[in-house]
Design a protein around this ligand. Structure first.
Ligand SMILES: Cc1cc2nc3c(=O)[nH]c(=O)nc-3n(C[C@H](O)[C@H](O)[C@H](O)COP(=O)(O)OP(=O)(O)OC[C@H]3O[C@@H](n4cnc5c(N)ncnc54)[C@H](O)[C@@H]3O)c2cc1C
Length: 345
């Protein structure tokens, strides 16, 4: 897999990892196809769903061929416009965040300037835009669309070259465009992630703007949470009640991620010049509070790849790091205390 990462020594993990999403999906697909208890049915569409008693009836269509099957459980990760969610009549709560963005993915034809190796967000109130490397040879560009810009027009290749030239002096000699699409970034959560034996996951359950890069990550966490429980239930090791913990565990985790993604989007891409002026002042004079700590104890990494809680008072590095952070802070009184996670305990 083509992975570009930025080392971050203090945390022991990369500060930023960038991978072309289709590479991950292909890797998952390859793995899944090796599993003896999985059948992959490409080109088959779910066209009907009915819960009757202990079973879920599913109508499928592959080309002209229709079929009906029954299942004990269904986990629906059928995207933001989820057919299953609609069939179950589950509404979504909408946070009111709806922005159109032009998304351009390109393969580099020749090396780009070193500045393109980093993720850059341009917080321009006239038009928010950004770029980031995806893997080592691909580049993604995103541009907020202005209210009078037409979606179809912005999906024409001429528009891509015009906007790339205008903002980044990038042209057809530098890049081969492999994907050009206008997305509406939205933030919506299904009111319920379950109806009977049918469960929702991924974008079907929650969508968020991509400012934290957490949409697919959250969907993968949903699947990881649900899969081991379903496995236990199907093997009669656990009672079906264990599945009731899926939504209560996942919803409180994903909800703050969604709120933070929206907040970041509002800060980075405000259209108000006045708000942008004060935002820039706050950043320039370091008046922005640090993120609140989510953990209340220091963590140590005892073995590569494993973090664990520091054992008692004997291991004081986390505390020392926190105190020194406070001393260095120029405006300590206004700031919440930092929690420093150490990796060299
Ligand atoms: C511009 C942009 C940047 C992003 N960046 C990131 C990022 O950096 N990190 C991150 O984690 N996430 C990111 N995301 C979010 C991520 O792409 C999505 O959250 C993720 O792809 C959702 O996965 P999913 O499996 O839930 O849905 P999808 O990937 O949409 O897959 C749904 C599948 O269900 C199938 N399907 C739908 N309906 C039916 C039906 N009736 N019958 C049969 N099959 C059906 C579809 O064909 C599709 O294969 C980004 C999104 C955007 C738009």
């Amino acid at each position: 897999m083509d992975v570009a990462d930025t080392p971050s020594l203090p945390m022991g993990f990369s500060a930023h990892i960038s991978i072309h999403q289709p590479d991950i999906e292909e890797a998952i697909d390859r793995k899944v196809r090796t599993l003896p208890n999985v059948t992959v049915r490409e080109g088959t569409e779910l066209t009907g769903l009915k819960i009757s008693g202990e079973k879920v009836g599913l109508s499928l269509r592959a080309g002209d061929v229709g079929e009906t099957m029954h299942s004990r459980y269904v986990f629906a990760a059928d995207a933001a416009r989820s057919f299953v969610r609609s069939a179950l009549g589950i509404e979504r709560d909408d946070s009111g965040f709806n922005e159109r963005w032009l998304n351009l993915d390109g393969e580099r034809k020749q090396p780009l300037p070193a500045s393109f190796e980093e993720t850059k967000q341009y917080c321009d109130p006239a038009r928010g835009h950004m770029f980031l490397p995806t893997g080592t040879n691909r580049q993604r560009f995103e541009f907020a669309l202005l209210p009078d810009e037409d979606t179809d027009e912005m999906e024409r290749v001429e528009s891509a070259w015009r906007i790339l030239k205008q903002y980044h002096s990038v042209g057809p000699d530098d890049l081969r465009i492999i994907r050009q699409i206008v997305y509406t970034f939205e933030c919506r959560m299904a009111r319920s992630w379950r109806c009977g034996q049918v469960f929702l996951g991924g974008d079907a359950a929650h969508t968020m703007p991509p400012y934290l890069g957490q949409g697919a990550c959250s969907g993968i966490r949903d699947a990881a949470n649900f899969a081991w429980k379903l496995d236990l239930v199907l093997r009669n090791v656990a009672s079906p009640e264990v599945l009731e913990s899926y939504e209560p565990e996942r919803r409180p985790h994903v909800a703050p991620i969604m709120r933070t993604a929206v907040m970041l989007g509002k800060i980075a891409n405000t259209h108000s010049r006045t708000v942008a002026f004060f935002r820039d002042l706050a950043f320039r004079f370091n008046l922005v509070p640090p993120p609140q700590p989510v953990l209340s104890f220091p963590l140590c990494r005892h073995h590569p790849g494993r973090l664990s809680r520091c054992p008692g008072k004997g291991c004081g590095l986390g505390t020392a790091a926190r105190a020194s952070q406070d001393r260095q802070s120029p405006c300590k009184a206004r700031r919440p205390r930092w929690l420093q996670l150490r990796t060299d305990c």
